[in-house]
Design a protein around this ligand. Structure first.
Ligand SMILES: Nc1ncnc2c1ncn2[C@@H]1O[C@H](COP(=O)(O)OP(=O)(O)O)[C@@H](O)[C@H]1O
Ligand SMILES: [Mg+2]
Length: 168
């Protein structure tokens, strides 16, 4: 197959198996998917149907057992761990159900972290983090630890963190 055409994200025959033999679970079974730039997509289904597994595959957090995956015309299902980590850092923004904020870092520091890992200067990382904190209406919580934030506030910090490297 040639490139991904106009789709920002394209999956073909995507599959994920856990376990083997009697215990084999096919969590994702031959998924074909095209997502356009700017498109909003909700994956819905009962608990255990494979939503999280699918999102982990699409986000490069896990590898498919079979199938092909493209992000922005780039084949991603066969990238090395290192290349995949770079892709997650530079191109993708994750907001996890369980937040996964760093407990010992403040809200601002949590948001800055991906920018620092991507090589931005501390000054630039701070500037962007403060702007994002303002956008999610948490400017007055910049120096709070996650333990001193409500669930919704933590989620907003996680959203700001997901956006700091300008994902696709
Ligand atoms: N690491 C794993 N090892 C074995 N089975 C797993 C693993 N993760 C998920 N599963 C199984 O795969 C199926 C899909 O799980 P998941 O994607 O988390 O579902 P959802 O997010 O839709 O609730 C479930 O039946 C679950 O038990
Ligand atoms: Mg889930």
């Amino acid at each position: 197959m040639s490139g991904a055409g106009t789709a920002l994200l394209r999956a073909r025959g995507l599959r994920k198996d856990y376990g083997k033999g009697e215990g084999l679970v096919r969590a994702v079974d031959e998924v074909d998917l095209d997502v356009a730039t700017g498109e909003t997509l909700a994956v819905m289904g009962p608990s255990g149907c494979g939503k999280s597994t699918l999102l982990h595959l699409l986000g490069g957090l896990d590898r498919p057992s079979a199938g092909e995956l493209w992000l922005n015309d780039r084949r991603t299902d066969r990238l090395s761990e290192r290349a995949l980590a770079g892709l997650r850092r530079q191109e993708i923004g994750f907001v996890f159900q369980a937040f996964h904020l760093m407990d010992e870092l403040t809200a601002r520091e949590n948001i800055e972290l991906p920018a620092l890992l991507a090589g931005r200067s501390p000054r630039e990382a701070r500037r962007r983090a403060l702007a994002l904190l303002d956008q999610v209406s948490l400017a007055d919580r910049a120096n709070h630890l996650p333990s001193a934030l409500s669930g919704g506030q933590r989620q907003r910090v996680a959203i700001a963190r997901a956006l700091i490297n300008d994902p696709l």
